[in-house]
Ligand binder design. Structure first.
Ligand code: FAD
Length: 477
């Protein structure tokens, strides 16, 4: 694709070949728009890509595709997404989770796909809170998180109207924040509603072969509808005249024009591409506040984790009295994190060739970025076992010695890895704390989609691409 010559003009150019960019590209090309997706990296997928190391394929990020609903369900985000992209359910090969847990000192909440187990778990661990919990659920069900005119509320503040226990509030927030909050220790209530539904009311799934199944399905669809891609050649500059972007300059020097440009690179990242800087964007403002990023350890085992004593799919853990979802004052904060055992999905009669054990924790980009290459390597080596050890305290059946004895290969990424492969400022996985819900920018024909528009995660990013394409390109005729 990279070698094919480009048209001088497109109906739409999309910056970024991640989930949002591909979904937007498909949607526009389906309606006969000429579309070019431009990507700086050589691989598609963005924050959720995959890579090969010593002959093994690893997913970059995938723990879980959220919003899983069983066949036959109607009207949910996953079903809408499939319909809008004209994909078949089988194309994504979504296999449901076996069961997950939020583990805090002395208390566990269990949940799976469907709400009943979480309700039972809350009733048993927090009997005095169950009425408030049910009322919170009813409130979440009644909210319209897509009402862009609604005021931005703090999820903690809204939860406080229903729950008295700070512990239960922290336990419910732990998965929600880890799977989608760009804000420290809280999340906008509209995003909380989206994530609550996608994690607790719907659920987790994974394709048997991981994220590449989803990327392959999107690429195939994009080709079928006539979309064009230019890989390994980022956008260098967006040229403008007045309130319009007039040309897109690529890193190989080519210049192309388009009626509309959709950027999934991030709000400030996109602003930085503009040749005529916005004087208002110079002030550091809330957007450049403390962005959140993570480290992740990946351990390849010679046996399925269930055979070694770990049967759950995902465990959100925290060892402290309160849950601190904030940029740590150290390279890594091992007090809390997310454990994922990708083997523990229901793949029917298929299994994964090897065992996988992944641990994610909050990390500080600045501290990692300040290290020289030797110190960077040394810190990775030091943090890898520390993080595993911290996580394994919450997996009673699986000890560090067992993991060590069964380890075949390891890998670890840091916020610097995220920055290098996606160009997100400070390796921020969920982008800027301030979202741009309507996707508009100071230019009439430049729009944001994906992470900084405000829909997060794999499903959310695709839905963002679709809705921004519908609203800003397709509805304009
Ligand atoms: C470690 C990790 C684990 C995760 N786990 C999960 C999970 O289990 N489930 C889940 O739902 N979500 C998960 N996520 C989040 C999910 O991956 C993201 O929310 C989603 O993929 C964002 O997609 P996007 O298209 O909005 O942005 P991105 O994926 O960031 O895509 C933006 C693209 O733009 C490209 N780009 C940037 N600048 C330029 C430029 N100048 N020119 C051209 N291209 C450019 C980037 O290279 C990138 O490919 C995880 C993320 C990480 C990092």
């Amino acid at each position: 694709m990279g070698g094919r010559s480009l048209k001088p003009h497109y109906d739409a150019i999309v910056i970024g070949c991640g989930m949002a960019g591909l979904a937007a590209g498909i949607r526009m090309a389906m309606f006969d728009r000429t579309v070019l997706v431009v990507e700086s990296h050589n691989a598609p997928g963005g924050l959720n890509s995959f890579y090969a190391l010593e002959g093994r394929k690893y997913d970059v990020g995938l723990h879980a595709v959220t919003n899983y609903v069983p066949p036959g369900a109607k009207g949910t985000p996953l079903i809408k997404l499939l319909r809008q992209l004209r994909l078949r359910r089988e194309d994504l090969d979504l296999c449901p989770q076996r069961g997950s847990r939020v583990a805090f000192p002395g208390v566990d909440l269990h949940f799976d796909n469907g709400f009943a187990s979480l309700g039972e778990s809350v009733a048993s661990a927090f009997p005095e809170e169950i009425d408030g919990f049910r009322a919170l659920r009813a409130h979440v069900a009644a909210c319209d998180p897509f009402d862009a005119s609604a005021p931005v509320l703090s999820a903690r503040e809204v939860m406080g109207r229903f729950l008295r226990s700070p512990l239960l509030t922290d336990m419910l927030l732990c998965p929600v924040l880890y799977y989608g909050s760009a804000r420290e220790n809280d999340i906008d209530f509209d995003q909380f509603v989206i994530l609550w539904r996608s994690l607790f009311e719907e659920g987790f799934a994974r394709p048997h072969e991981g994220v590449r199944v989803i990327i392959r399905a999107l690429l195939k669809r994009f080709r079928e509808v006539g979309g064009e891609r230019k890989m390994k050649c980022g956008v260098r500059r967006l040229h403008s005249e007045g309130a319009r972007v007039t040309a897109v300059e690529l890193e190989d020097g080519t210049t192309v024009t388009a009626d509309a440009v959709l950027s999934t690179a991030g709000a400030l990242e996109t602003e930085a591409l503009c040749a005529a800087p916005d004087p208002a964007a110079r002030s550091p403002a809330p957007e450049s506040g403390r962005r959140l990023s993570f480290v992740e350890t990946i351990t390849v085992l010679d046996a399925p984790p269930a055979d070694l004593g770990a049967e759950e799919t995902i465990i959100f853990f925290n060892d402290s009295e309160r849950f601190h979802y904030e940029r740590p004052e150290a390279l890594v904060d091992p007090r809390s994190g997310v454990i994922c055992f990708p083997n523990n999905y229901d793949y029917g009669d298929r299994s994964l060739d090897e065992g996988f054990f992944r641990v994610t924790a909050l990390a500080d980009y600045d501290r990692w970025a300040a290290l020289g290459s030797d110190a960077y390597r040394a810190e990775k080596e030091a943090w890898y076992p520390r993080l595993q050890e911290s996580a394994l305290r919450f997996v009673p059946g699986l000890g560090m010695d067992t993991v060590r004895a069964h380890t075949r290969a390891i890998d670890m990424f840091t916020p610097c890895t995220v920055k290098r492969f996606t160009r997100h400022i400070e390796g921020a996985v969920y982008g800027s704390p301030r979202k741009h819900r309507d996707g508009t920018t100071r230019f009439d024909n430049l729009f944001l989609a994906g992470t900084d528009q405000g829909f997060l995660g794999i499903t959310g990013a695709m839905l963002s691409g679709i809705s921004m394409a519908n609203r800003h390109v397709l509805s304009r005729g």
